[in-house]
Design a binder for this molecule. Sequence first.
Ligand code: DQA
Length: 233
Amino acid sequence: MTSLDFDSFVLAAATDDLSAEPAARDHADAVEFRLDLATDSLTQIDAYSGDLPLIVTNRAAWEGGEADDEASRLDTLNSALDHEAVAAVDLELGALDGSVSEAATDQARELRTTAREAGVSVIASVHDFESTPSVDGMIDLLAHASNEGDVGKLAVTATDRSDALAVLSATHSAVEAGQTVATMAMGTAGQHTRAVAPVYGSAIGYAPVDPEGATAPGQYDLETLRELVDRLQ
Ligand SMILES: O=C1C[C@@](O)(C(=O)O)C[C@@H](O)[C@@H]1O
């Protein structure tokens, strides 16, 4: 199974159903498995025999996901690391740095160490479902996130073009500073950033395997994002 070091762009097909992986193979480089949205997530991972490497995400409720209990969601992620198909794990910056979830910070950090020892990359992620911070604010968040993880990921909500431009600008600064980052602006006003941010060096894009099953506002379908990214590169 391929490891994911995010040196080049990775298009992740987001899904809560790993049986959808064959449908993603033609266009995706990886599958983002959303454990928090899935039924029997660990059973699905145990049964997985697909071609694409997995990014495992068990998004906390306090970060827009559906996993309520902090200790048990991190335990589940820890168990997921045992599967050889798992190439990356997504951990919220607020869990790693204790700023949101102080209770489980030690557990999140141990999970990061376990992942790295197993050769699994760590994506430290931050989401803003309300707005787009200032360019400087985003540059700070990306520096912080890429310091806590192997990739620092920032998904914000754009309400107009200046927000989208700000995300691209922050991406450019972070990449110029040598950080490995993934960025996107959620929402209609930010949709094009999903195709354009990779031009500025954003290392991961997300699109649903099933267009009906978007995991964030403003996502393109998988085939469309693959084509846009490839044409712009
Ligand atoms: O963090 C992200 C990015 C995302 O929110 C997006 O905007 O595409 C989609 C999520 O599934 C993923 O975990």
